[in-house]
Write a protein that binds this ligand. Structure first.
Ligand code: EPZ
Length: 415
């Protein structure tokens, strides 16, 4: 029977290098639709969502090629097409990041509605409202969003919620608007800073990125450049927890501890010893760790993408924990799978109350989304016996060989 087998009971120890960030690489690749000429992206993680985005760029007339050594070469010299193919957008909702660049660069974009996923309905109303404030009109017909912009109108764009994707989409579009645009209520995630750094290298004029107010001085055009994708803070956090949950001692290299402050603070609150350097972080597990209460929030709050992984850890804490998921409406599906492994969790709408247990027991489980998959692998590493995890497509979409990285730390995982 398919699936991944994780053998529990081994302490994970040693050093592991984090890959480039999936959630930075995807908007960076989309942005190259607006960069005339050649661009090279370094430190690109090798995962299925990146492969899908590369296919998307090629379908839009830009030549994009995955090269050895985690590089992507993009050559944007021909006329860019403006209709994004249905099968690619529905395969990965982050394909909607092409909307802003396309409409700014060509004046028109036709992108399938991205649709929801297991963690929520994932609407795009904030994207569309931001586009409207930039003079981009839209209509939704036959499952497609058609965007038109005779002239991008620079000005103030207010976001009702600090949506990461909407901030990225409208920031990209505003780089070619005629005048100065100020995005108010912008998301502050590090991936937005990474995107702004690429755009500025390409000739854009963006300041305030990483804060709720981003100011963009529009320019005539942007040119190809080189850029290295920032380290993946979520993969780094997941690897760090693998050491903690197995009672081991793991150091994650090539990461940015400053991007992970809320996670490190949460771990410190449980009593786990954390050490950090400029580009590394280490967690040493003592005899026990205590339960805590956290709520997921937009950056710099606790990241929703680490919620499932932390829940896996807290199932083994001494005492009670509470996790409040304030970003997505349905991001507790991993709780049911953890309960099948012996975890004691009570779900109450957006909150999960976890009562620590002495141990988990391996069994068959299924991953419902990318981060739930990582959580179940962590639980399997700590459990007694074997855990067989189904739904590997989520893992392959979003992590650059997570099983291989865990094996390098001593895990026994059979694919
Ligand atoms: C990005 O998704 C990430 N994906 C997500 O990571 C991450 O969980 C999320 O940001 C929050 O940090 C990528 O970067 C590719 P949002 P995004 O717009 O941009 C609601 C992973 O596991 N909303 O900040 O789609 C939305 O429904 C993925 O790697 C609207 O209501 O997230 C959600 O409840 C999962 N209307 C909340 O805002 C909109 O127009 C946050 O969404 C847009 C969003």
């Amino acid at each position: 029977m398919a699936g991944l087998i994780v053998k529990g009971g081994q302490e994970l120890t040693g050093e592991v290098v984090a890959s480039g960030a999936k959630n930075a690489a995807l908007p960076l690749l989309a942005a190259t639709l607006m960069l005339r000429g050649d661009t090279v992206l370094h430190n690109v993680p090798h995962l299925m969502d990146v492969v899908t985005m590369v296919k998307m760029l090629n379908s839009l007339g830009v030549r994009a090629e995955l090269l050895r050594g985690n590089r992507v070469m993009i050559s944007n010299t021909k006329k860019v097409r403006h209709i994004a193919p249905y099968e690619l957008v529905t395969a990965m909702r982050a394909s909607f990041f092409v909307a802003g660049p396309l409409v700014a660069y060509t004046g028109f974009a036709k992108v399938p509605l991205p649709g929801g996923c297991s963690i929520g309905s994932r609407p795009i109303d904030i994207h569309l409202s931001a586009f409207e404030q930039l003079g981009i009109t839209h209509r939704i017909e036959h499952g497609f969003v058609e965007l038109h912009a005779k002239q991008l109108i620079a000005g103030v764009v207010k976001l009702a919620f600090p949506s990461v994707g909407a901030t990225e989409n409208v920031m990209m579009a505003a780089t070619l608007a005629n005048g100065t645009t100020t995005i108010e209520g912008a998301a502050c995630e590090p991936e937005i800073t990474d995107l702004a750094l690429l755009l500025n290298r390409a000739g854009a004029n963006i300041i305030g990125y990483g804060t709720p107010t981003i100011t963009i001085q529009g320019v005539e055009s942007l040119s190809g450049t080189e850029h290295s994708v920032m380290p993946d803070r979520i993969e780094a956090g997941s690897l760090l927890l693998a050491g903690v949950i197995t009672g081991g001692d793991v150091t994650v290299l090539n990461c940015v501890p400053n991007d992970c402050v809320s996670l490190l603070d949460a771990l410190t609150q449980t009593g786990i010893q954390i050490e950090t350097g400029p580009q590394w972080m280490r967690a040493k597990h003592g005899t026990s760790f205590r339960g805590i209460a956290i709520e997921t929030q937009p950056h710099p709050g606790f990241p929703t993408d680490m919620q499932a992984q932390l829940m896996a850890l807290l199932t083994l804490a001494s005492g009670q924990s509470e996790i409040k998921e304030s970003i997505f409406e349905n991001r507790f599906m991993h709780a049911n799978e953890l309960m099948r492994m012996g975890a004691k969790i009570r779900l109450d709408n957006r909150s999960a109350i976890i009562t620590g247990v002495p141990h988990l027991t391996g069994c068959e489980v299924k991953m419902t989304d990318l981060r739930a998959g990582a959580a179940l692998m962590l639980a399997g590493l700590a459990a007694r016996g074997e855990t067989r995890i189904h739904g590997l497509k989520h893992l392959r979409r979003g992590y650059d060989d997570l099983p291989g990285k865990l094996r390098s730390l001593g895990a026994t995982i059979i694919e």
